[in-house]
Design a binder for this molecule. Structure first.
Ligand SMILES: *[C@@H]1O[C@H](CO)[C@@H](O)[C@H](O)[C@H]1NC(C)=O
Length: 307
């Protein structure tokens, strides 16, 4: 009997993993339905465990392996903890592969605190507040802090110190720093595309081309996106002249109409002609302990043409 239950659980687990890999697809209507107030509410209640984070990031990083934007996760334990259990601890971590690291998320389970402040100690000894929760549930909460990455130009590895101030009765459990690492070609490469503006010599009269557009999700009100931290989503810009980079037969006629009757017909527009989807992980909008792995349709502009 127990054996059968065990087998059944095993099958259920396998099915769950398969469903997990089959990521949900984000479409434009989902984005238009985003409710900023609901997201702000979720951000206040986030309680994602290290296990949930590692599991979902595992599905995500696996999906990215087949794309042009592969990612890898590296979870680090502290190399040293000072003042453990005192409610005012210093956690030291040794970060490596800095030039490939896109972002660092410190996770820890904080128990028995009524408030918590997390500081990152800067090289001159001064501190930067990286997370503050004024009202903590004494039962405990997974506290997330996005860390500032040391500059990679000085060295590929660096020691960082974090001070956690959470009052005398508090416990800081399972702290770890999760590094999201870009693995494309083993070095941080800029993706290049056929219609890149960078390929053109005459920068003052750009012909319809793809410009770089670095999107940092946290800075455009999408802090519920946990990975990737940033992406070159691109945009299209430039003039539409005859013979160059025309998408349709119609576009050729519109170019001529614009030349002969400029007051009647505008020139064609330089617009995305090829797009790729982007894999992301984000916080679940309904359950503060869960993350989702998503496939976001038509997110990256890879080529531009006149239309
Ligand atoms: C957060 O999740 C942990 C389990 O991972 C649970 O023990 C704790 O009570 C939760 N905290 C809140 C405030 O819901």
């Amino acid at each position: 009997m127990m054996n059968k239950v065990g087998v059944l659980l095993g099958v259920l687990e396998a099915v769950t993993i398969l469903i997990g890999v089959n990521a949900q697809t984000v479409e434009l209507s989902d984005l238009l339905n985003r409710d900023p107030e609901k997201i702000a509410e979720i951000m206040k209640r986030v309680n994602v465990s290290q296990v949930e984070y590692t599991t979902k990031m595992g599905v995500y990083t696996k999906m990215t392996q087949e794309t042009s934007r592969p990612r890898r996760l590296s979870s680090l334990s502290p190399t040293k903890v000072e003042g453990e259990g005192s409610g005012n601890e210093v956690l030291r971590f040794s970060l490596t592969e800095l030039s490939l690291t896109e972002g660092a998320l410190l996770k820890m389970f904080v128990m028995g605190a009524s408030s918590v402040s997390v500081y990152q100690v800067v090289s001159d000894g001064s501190e930067a507040l990286v997370r503050e929760i004024a009202e903590m549930s004494p039962g405990g909460l997974w506290v997330d802090s996005h860390l500032n990455l040391p500059s990679a130009s000085i060295s590929e590895s660096s020691e960082i110190a974090i001070r956690v101030d959470c009052g005398s009765n508090c416990k800081v459990l399972e702290p770890s720093v999760n590094l999201l690492i870009s693995t494309s070609g083993g070095r941080p490469t800029r993706q290049t595309y056929l219609t890149d503006c960078a390929n053109q010599r005459d920068k003052l009269n750009l012909q319809c081309c793809r410009q770089e557009m670095m999107v940092i999700f946290k800075k455009i009100g999408m802090e519920d996106v946990l990975a990737p931290y940033n992406v070159d989503a691109g945009f299209c810009e430039g003039l539409c002249s005859p013979r160059l980079n025309l998408r349709y037969e119609h576009t050729y006629i519109q170019v001529l109409m614009n030349r002969y009757f400029p007051l009647k017909t505008p020139p064609p527009c330089c617009a995305p002609s090829k797009l790729e989807s982007l894999q992301v992980t984000k916080l679940n909008a309904d359950d503060p302990t869960k993350m989702d792995v998503l496939n976001w349709n038509n997110m990256i502009v890879t080529e531009c043409q006149c239309v």
